[in-house]
Every structure is written in C-alpha cells, then in structure tokens.
Design a protein around this ligand. Structure first.
Ligand code: BV8
Ligand code: ZN
Length: 232
C-alpha cells in the first residue's frame, strides 16, 4: 500500500512550535507579506532575518512528539511505500527519524546563498550577515519557500500523489497552495483520503474521512491501525 502523508504546523503544535493561524500564530505582529515574501526580504532584510533567526534558535527548546515518532515507526515498516511531505520548516520529523521526507517549503536549518546558489546546513543566526562558506559573499538568506516562490521537489511529490493508494493530511489548515490542492490530486488518482486535524480545515470536504483531535493522539492510533493491517 503506497501512502503519502502531508503535514503542517499542527503536527508540531504539541511540541511547542507555534502554528501560523492560531491565536499566538507566528505571523501575529507581522503582516505575512512583510516577512514571508522575497519582496518583504528585499525591503526589510533585518526584520525577516530576525523572524527566522528567532524560530531557528527556538528549535533547541522543542522535541518531536508522539505524532512525529509514529510516522517514523510507519516508515520503518512501509519503507519506500511511504513518503512524508511536510510544509514545516522545523526539524522535528528529521529528529524523530523520518528519512523519506520532503521539506517542500524549505528548512530553518539550511541557508541559501544568493551569490553562488549553494544550499548549506545552517544552525546560527543569519541576521549578522555571515559570509557564505562556499563563496565568501555575505549573501545568505533563509532556505525557506516564500509566497510566490516554487516549492521544492514538486515533480517527486506529484509522482507520489499519482501512485498513492492513501493520502493523509495532518495538522494543516489547507490555506496555502499547492499543498492545499494535493488532496484533490490524490483523489483524482483514486486514492483514499484521510484528514487528521484538530478541527475541520478549509479542505475537509475533499476527504473521504476526517478525524478531529490532537495529532499526538490521532496519528499514533492511525499508524497502529495501518501496521495491524500490513503486518502478517
Ligand atoms: C506558489 C514557509 C507558484 C515559510 C510557507 C490565490 C489562490 C490560490 C493560490 C494563490 C493565490 N494567490 C497566491 C497564491 C499562491 C500562494 C498561496 O497559496 N497563497 C494563499 C495565501 C492563497 N502560494 C504560493 O505562493 C506558493 N508558491 O504558488 O508558487 C509558482 C509557480 C511557478 C513558478 C514560481 C512560483 C508558496 C507558498 C509557500 C509559503 N511558505 N511557509 C515559513 O514557514 O515561514 S506557508 C506556511 O503557511 C506553511 O508552510 C504552510 O504551507 C502554510 C499554512 O500553514 P499550516 O501548516 O497549515 O498551519 P496553520 O497555522 O495555517 O494551520 C495549522 C492547522 O493545524 C490548523 O488547521 C489547526 O486546526 C491544526 N492544529 C493545531 N493544533 C493541532 C492541530 N492539528 C492537530 N493537532 C494539534 N495539536
Ligand atoms: Zn555562496
């Protein structure tokens, strides 16, 4: 059984990573167009660097939760039949052990050099304009996909959706495209579709089944169901 899982900020909420649209959401205090666009970065680079430097630093204070760990367990059994596509730029799936993982909106722990186009692992601040480790130019930006920019590995994701038997969406409001359209592509490919979210999302009507509750409860329970069905 081929499974594609899409995750959003809701899967990291119980780890203490703020989501975008909840009351204490990340973008409160900032206008989205100010911090999550190339134009915003061009106009106010230090504001945008501060926005991402804060989020990169806070990674040291959070841990993966039972939902991240359940998906890693699922990969141990399904192997190449599972692909996790995350919209999150935190490293909680990675730390939980997921390796068949695509960060379609980039990663906080990576920097992208506008001088030589290198993508380099990065854990420090970028606001103090450090030189690129490859070309020495002080032209590093957060390696995240902003509005108007092309998400990463879209061909690989489209291919996985076309062959999926099951598409599961976890902890996302279904507000941002192209991620929000994946459920329709999966459905058109004949996949069953399941939404695991705290409350109905903007795309709930597209899912053949929706379950509401915290990811740390819903995801392990769903993974146990799948493991029961696939292990002889
Ligand atoms: C592109 C990275 C084209 C940075 C992000 C009009 C119509 C349709 C589309 C558009 C349009 N106008 C513009 C567009 C395109 C635009 C878009 O979709 N805009 C929206 C606003 C309409 N999209 C883009 O620009 C994308 N690129 O289209 O490129 C292109 C084509 C060719 C060539 C070049 C370009 C790129 C979008 C990527 C933006 N970057 N993030 C960063 O992280 O700072 S978006 C960011 O917000 C996330 O990555 C995610 O994608 C998105 C939504 O966030 P969620 O993860 O869903 O989190 P949210 O807070 O919203 O929801 C949390 C959910 O969890 C809630 O439902 C809640 O109930 C639930 N929850 C909470 N707690 C729990 C829980 N669930 C379970 N358990 C819990 N405990
Ligand atoms: Zn460089």
């Amino acid at each position: 059984m081929k499974v594609v899982v899409l995750t959003g900020a809701g899967i990291s909420a119980e780890s203490g990573v703020p989501t975008f649209r909840d009351a204490d959401g990340l973008w409160v205090g900032h206008r989205v167009e100010d911090v999550a666009t190339p134009e915003g970065f061009e106009a106010q680079p230090s504001l945008v660097h501060r926005f991402y430097d804060e989020r990169r630093r806070s990674l040291a204070e959070v841990e993966p939760n039972e939902a991240h760990r359940a998906l890693a367990r699922l990969e141990d059994v399904l192997g190449d039949d599972l692909l996790v596509v995350t919209q999150n730029i935190d490293d909680l799936h990675d730390r939980a052990g997921s390796t068949r993982l695509i960060h379609m909106h980039g990663e906080l722990l990576s920097a992208w050099c506008q001088g030589c186009d290198a993508h380099v692992p990065w854990t420090r601040d970028l606001g103090d304009l450090p030189p690129c480790p490859c070309c020495g130019v002080t032209a590093l930006r957060p390696d995240v996909v902003w509005f108007g920019e092309m998400p990463y590995q879209m061909e690989r994701i489209m291919g996985a959706l076309a062959g999926a038997d099951l598409f599961v969406s976890i902890g996302t409001s279904g507000a941002v495209y192209p991620a929000a359209g994946f459920v329709q592509q999966a459905m058109r490919a004949g996949a069953r579709t399941l939404e695991l979210n705290l409350e109905p999302s903007e795309g709930s009507l597209w899912f053949s089944e929706t379950r509401h509750g915290p990811a740390s409860e819903l995801v392990p329970r769903w993974v146990d169901e799948v493991l029961l069905a696939v292990t002889p």
